[in-house]
Write a protein that binds this ligand. Sequence first.
Ligand SMILES: [Zn+2]
Ligand SMILES: [Zn+2]
Length: 222
Amino acid sequence: MKVAVLSESGVDEAIVAEIVRAILPDPIECVDLALRTRGIQYLLASAFVSRAKFCAFKPDIHGLVCVVDADLKQSHSESQSCWSPCLASIEDFRACHSECRLCNLRRQWVETRLAERRTEDRLPVLRIAMGLAVPSIETWLLAGTSDGVDETTWNGLNDREKQSYRDRVKRIVFGDLKGFDRRREIAQERIVHVIGTLGIDGLGRLFPDGLGALRNDLEAWH
Ligand SMILES: [Zn+2]
Ligand SMILES: [Zn+2]
């Protein structure tokens, strides 16, 4: 099954791909979306919608997965939002918070009406799955270690503590490593190790909103 993974960086995409592999029952082949520009602002402003449209017109692509970092912005709350991956009307959608990046992407997805368009053209519906990491996806790599911070802990930190952890987390994972390939390799090793030790259930319990959202969406794929 071909799956397109979209994140702020190629390293993040490698992490997300491993999580998708752990959740979906079928083997996946990742499609390279060949982004020339990177970063959260570009992704939120235009890349998400343009890549989603690209995928929607490629019938061999089964689904699109997108995970973004919250940084110091709002955490996502599943219970405060109203969403399903096949939501057709924007009236049925509710963001958990106006500053939530995940709910921002969800809104954009509903507004594209891509799921419907594929049906009109008698193509299989493009599946969507999205998640949010606090403060960044590297936190998922540290799950189960003494440097790990789960969502409940993160939400209980004050602004200064949040900033300090946000600034440290990448260094904890990658140290001084700069090279993309090496970073991707470390990230892949770490996430495979985390999934192997905690299981996807254990990981999901630590991040019930941001990773839980991704998992709920993926489990609705057939
Ligand atoms: Zn990142
Ligand atoms: Zn949200």
